[in-house]
Design a protein around this ligand. Structure first.
Ligand SMILES: [Zn+2]
Ligand SMILES: [Zn+2]
Length: 444
C-alpha cells in the first residue's frame, strides 16, 4: 500500500526526471560511476548499482537530501553530476511529506531486498498499480449501509428515539434499550418488551366478542387459554404469543406495580375512552362485566367417509381429527351428545346419541368399498352434487341444524373438493381443508 501511495504521488515526477537523463535500459548503469577502488568486474558492479538505485529511491523518500554518492557492500558509487542535480531539483519541487517519509522508513526492509535494474520500467509498473488501485477503489462500495454490518445505524436510532416496535396486541411501544445487547432487536436474547407495562387492549380496538365491551385488560392480564379473535382467526393467547417470538409478553412488573399502572390507565380511559370506542365500534364502559363463558350443549352428527378413497394416512388423519374434536368438546364439560355415521357403499352407525366424553374413537370402523352414499356419491367415477338430498335435509331439519362443518382432507384442486365446497355453501357451513385447519384454535 505505501508503495502504491508513492506511485500515485511521485512516479510521474520521477519519470519526468529520469527521461531527461539518457536511455532507460542503461540508466542505472550510467548514472552510478564506479570508483576506481572498486576492484570488481563490470557484472558485479552492475549488481551493486541496481541495489544503489533502490537505496537512492529510499533516500529520496526519507532523508530529504540526495547524497553525492551511494555506498553498497563497502563500495562507493558516485552519482553522475547531472543525475545528482536532477534528483536534488526534484526533491525541491516535489518534496515527500513527513508522513510518506515515516511510511517509507517503516518498510525499509523491502527496500533492502530489492534491486532496480530498469528504473523506467519500475516507475511505469507503479503507475499501472495506481490505475488498478483507483479502479478497485471506485468499485468498492463504501456507503454506510454496506459497511454497517453490526447494525450500528439501527442501534443509534434506537438509542435516540427508542425502539420503533409496538406490542402486536395493545400497540404500546417497546421500551427495551436494545443497544445494550449485541443481538439484533427482536432476535433471541434481545426481544421486544413493554418493561414498564402494556396498556389497555381497548386502545388498539380490542373488545369482547358478545358484549362488544371495550377490553380494559392489559396484555399482562390475559390468561394463556383466553381466546382472542383477529380478523377471521381465533387464537388462544398462548398461540398468539408463539406467533410473535420477537416479543416477551410476560410482565416485568410485580402485582402491586401492575395494579397501580392499570389504575392510572383506567383514569385516562375514563377521559379519552369514548374516542377509540367510536373509532373501533366498541361499547364504552369504565369497567368490564365479568365474562362468564357459557358453552352451549349440542348434539353433533359426524358423517365420515370410510370408503377405499380414505385408505391409509387419510383415515388415520381423519381419526386423529375426530379424537381431537371429542377431546376438546369433552374438556368443556358440556352435555354434548354425538352420533357418528360412517359410510362407503354401506352405512354403519357405531355411536348413536351418545355422551361425547364416552366415545372411544378406536371403535369407529373403516369400511372400505366404494363411496356411493349420502352426500358424496360417484357417478361414472365423477362426483356429483347431491342437490335433492341436500334439499331434503334442509326441508326436514333446517331449524335444528345450528352449524354445518365440512372437513376435507384431499387435494384442493380435485373435483370432489369442489363438490364439497358447493355442498358446504348450500348448507351455509364452515369449510376447512387440512391445510387451513392446522394451527388454528377454533373456539367452539
Ligand atoms: Zn401489549
Ligand atoms: Zn424493541
Amino acid at each position: 500500500m505505501p508503495m502504491i501511495q508513492i506511485s500515485i504521488l511521485f512516479s510521474i515526477g520521477l519519470l519526468d526526471t529520469v527521461s531527461k537523463l539518457g536511455a532507460a535500459a542503461r540508466f542505472v548503469n550510467d548514472i552510478f560511476i564506479t570508483e576506481e577502488t572498486n576492484l570488481l568486474d563490470a557484472n558485479e558492479n552492475l549488481i551493486n548499482k541496481k541495489r544503489c538505485m533502490a537505496i537512492l529511491l529510499h533516500e529520496y523518500f526519507t532523508k530529504q537530501i540526495i547524497l553525492a554518492s551511494v555506498i553498497h557492500n563497502g563500495k562507493t558509487y558516485n552519482l553522475r553530476k547531472d543525475a545528482l542535480d536532477a534528483f536534488r531539483l526534484l526533491l525541491k519541487q516535489r518534496k515527500p511529506s513527513a508522513t510518506l517519509s515515516v511510511i517509507t522508513q517503516q518498510i525499509k526492509s523491502v527496500y533492502d531486498e530489492i534491486s532496480i535494474a530498469n528504473f523506467v520500467v519500475f516507475l511505469q509498473t507503479l503507475l499501472k498499480e495506481k490505475d488498478k488501485l483507483l479502479k478497485d477503489l471506485n468499485g468498492f462500495k463504501s456507503d454506510f449501509k454496506r459497511i454497517d454490518n453490526q447494525d450500528t445505524y439501527a442501534r443509534l436510532l434506537d438509542k435516540v428515539r427508542g425502539c420503533p416496535d409496538l406490542c402486536p396486541c395493545c400497540k404500546r411501544p417497546c421500551d427495551v434499550d436494545h443497544t445494550q445487547i449485541k443481538w439484533k432487536p427482536g432476535s433471541q436474547y434481545n426481544e421486544h418488551r413493554c418493561l414498564s407495562g402494556h396498556t389497555l387492549r381497548a386502545m388498539n380496538g380490542y373488545k369482547f366478542e358478545i358484549t362488544e365491551e371495550a377490553s380494559l385488560f392489559m396484555c399482562e392480564q390475559i390468561r394463556d387459554d383466553n381466546v382472542i379473535v383477529i380478523g377471521p382467526t381465533r387464537y388462544q393467547w398462548l398461540q398468539f404469543k408463539k406467533e410473535h417470538p420477537d416479543w416477551i409478553f410476560d410482565s416485568a412488573l410485580n402485582d402491586v406495580g401492575l395494579n397501580r399502572l392499570h389504575g392510572k390507565f383506567l383514569t385516562v380511559w375514563a377521559k379519552i375512552g369514548p374516542k377509540p370506542c367510536e373509532k373501533y365500534r366498541m361499547k364504552y364502559v369504565t369497567h368490564n362485566i365479568p365474562q362468564k363463558i357459557v358453552h352451549k350443549t349440542y348434539h353433533f352428527i359426524l358423517l365420515l367417509d370410510a370408503s377405499r378413497s380414505m385408505h391409509g394416512d387419510r383415515w388415520d388423519h381423519l381419526m386423529a381429527a375426530v379424537q381431537e374434536f371429542v377431546r376438546r368438546r369433552s374438556e368443556l364439560k358440556t352435555n354434548d351428545r354425538i352420533t357418528i355415521i360412517v359410510f362407503s357403499d354401506k352405512i354403519e352407525t357405531p355411536f348413536t346419541d351418545k355422551e361425547i366424553q364416552n366415545v372411544d374413537v378406536s371403535q369407529i370402523p373403516y369400511l372400505d368399498g366404494c363411496t356411493s352414499l349420502v352426500l358424496h356419491s360417484h357417478v361414472d367415477g365423477e362426483d356429483c352434487y347431491p342437490e335433492s338430498e341436500l334439499d331434503q335435509i334442509l326441508e326436514a331439519h333446517d331449524t335444528v341444524i345450528k352449524r354445518f362443518w365440512t372437513l376435507a382432507l384431499g387435494d384442493e384442486k380435485s373435483t370432489s373438493m369442489k363438490t364439497l365446497e358447493k355442498i358446504n355453501e348450500k348448507m351455509k357451513g364452515a369449510f376447512y381443508d387440512r391445510e387451513t385447519s392446522a394451527g388454528k384454535n377454533q373456539g367452539a
